[in-house]
Ligand binder design. Structure first.
Ligand SMILES: *Cc1c(COP(=O)(O)O)cnc(C)c1O
Length: 455
């Protein structure tokens, strides 16, 4: 008899009504975002030219511990939340590990990922402010899809700058976004100054998140009643994603569990920041000594091989400067299949926690990731997104370590999404065509040499 069910959903009365702001409990805060013009910390007023007012406020709010989730957002969350906490019994069995593995599955919505948690919040605040159009970037397409859904619901026009390599590789993503009424533009494009500049230097440029951000911000600041929204990296996005961790923590408490180890994939850091938030709070307050592991692709290793420095959030160098682990805003990751993990930087909050020793990071190669994805799919019946599979890889490795040591650790990992738009990746893995390009030290030095010189 098993006491813990395979799938556990929080009952209605336990669903979080507030987000948790991890910054309020950090011993030391991340360094402030700087205005590149003045080199002074950005003000709420300056940010409000780019972001919606409420989001600009959330971005700079380091003190409010719990933020009420507006009723309108709670209503929308009800459509796809709570997400299930799943005990990976089948995976445990096939691995023969004494470890208990749990995953929080965020792929049960049309966008197929956790990104909808923040998309709904950002579109809601835009609507409240009377904003009529939004711009954004998307890499693999999950963020663009999630935001398209949210904007369709709230009746806001959306332009999505989609990284050109993804645009060509995943045409169906574009179709989904267009179905929800969004305009999708391959980036770099000739519709913006930033795009035209990049194309003039390199007509075959396949784009990057950094480049798409430049284009989206440029359109937002030059269009009346338009704002820019971003699906990761920012403090506000981590705040919204804390719903993942809050649900997971309450669910585990109800099951009489607490994780020894929390593992998540890290692109810009939003799902990981959200998943770990309430557990990290316990660690910061000295209540628990949980271990946290950020997993990144070996092809885009910002935490494990990047520099902790001020850098631009975009390639066109028009955004504020953030202190973070970065590979340099001009870094072009090789074509790997985890499109959502190809950003040059990392959330300033997670960067700071990692820098101060509260979190570990590992980089994994993509064939190893797909081996884990395939094993997981066969036993857990969910086809995981390549991004999420980075977390699966390390969760499996940790469970196997427990097999050797005989420790029955409790592992929690984030399963951020499904891989149904990643058939090219699975196909290339299945046919033995996948490679593991890892940037050389020289590749990294070249991009890091162009970091902005600060103080
Ligand atoms: C975007 C995405 C990620 C990575 O983004 P984070 O901000 O680091 O969470 C991970 N998994 C999926 C499925 C995604 O869509």
């Amino acid at each position: 008899m098993t006491t813990v069910p395979y799938r556990f959903y929080l009952p209605e009365d336990k669903i979080p009504k507030q987000w948790y702001n991890l910054r309020a409990d950090m011993k030391e805060l991340p360094d402030p975002m700087l205005n590149p013009g003045t080199m002074q910390p950005v003000t709420e007023e300056e940010l409000a030219h780019i972001f919606c007012a409420e989001l600009a406020k959330q971005e700079l709010d380091n003190t409010t511990r719990y933020v009420d989730i507006p009723e309108g957002i709670l209503e929308m969350y009800k459509i796809f939340r709570p997400s299930p906490l799943i005990r990976a019994y089948n995976l445990e069995k096939v691995l023969g590990t004494p470890a208990k593995s749990y995953y929080k599955f965020e792929g049960n919505n049309t966008s197929g990922s956790h990104k909808l948690n923040s998309a709904i919040a950002q579109a809601y605040y835009a609507k409240q402010q009377g904003i009529t159009s939004l711009t954004t970037e998307t890499g693999a397409g999950q963020w663009g899809t999630a935001l398209s859904e949210a904007c369709a619901y709230y009746g806001i026009d959306l332009s999505v700058f989609m990284v050109k390599t993804s645009y060509n590789q995943k045409p169906h993503r574009k179709t989904v976004m267009e179905t929800f009424g969004s305009k999708v533009i391959a980036s770099p494009s000739n519709t913006t100054e930033a795009g035209r500049k990049i194309l003039a230097e390199d007509p075959d440029n396949g784009g990057s998140l950094g480049c798409a951000i430049s284009e989206a911000v440029e359109v937002a600041v030059s269009t009346p009643n338009c704002r820019y929204v971003l699906g990761s990296v920012l403090n506000q996005v981590l705040l919204h994603q804390s719903v993942i961790g809050l649900e997971a923590k309450t669910a585990m408490e109800m099951l009489g569990e607490y994780p020894d180890l929390v593992i998540g994939c890290a692109g810009g850091g939003s799902n990981l920041g959200g998943l770990i938030a309430p557990f990290m709070q316990d660690k910061l307050l000295g209540k628990k000594d949980t271990k946290f592991i950020a997993v990144e692709p070996a092809s885009c290793p910002s935490l494990t091989r990047g520099k902790y420095a001020y850098d631009f959030c975009d390639t066109g160098k028009i955004t504020p400067l953030a202190k973070m682990y970065t590979l340099g805003s001009g870094f072009k990751p090789s074509a790997n299949h985890a499109g959502g993990l190809r950003y040059h930087g990392m959330s300033p909050v997670l960067s700071k926690l990692y820098h101060d020793g509260y979190m570990d990071a590992v980089a994994v190669e993509q064939t190893k990731v797909f081996e884990a994805a395939t094993l997981f799919a066969k036993h857990e019946t969910i086809l995981p997104a390549p991004e999420s599979s980075h977390a699966i890889r390390v969760a499996i490795d940790e469970a196997l370590k427990c097999k050797e040591t005989g420790e029955a650790k409790t592992i929690l990992f984030g399963l951020t999404g499904t891989g149904y738009f990643d058939m090219t990746a699975y196909d290339s893995f299945n046919n033995g065509k996948m490679n593991d390009y890892i940037p050389t030290d020289e590749d990294l030095e070249r991009a890091l040499a162009n970091l902005p010189k600060i103080g």
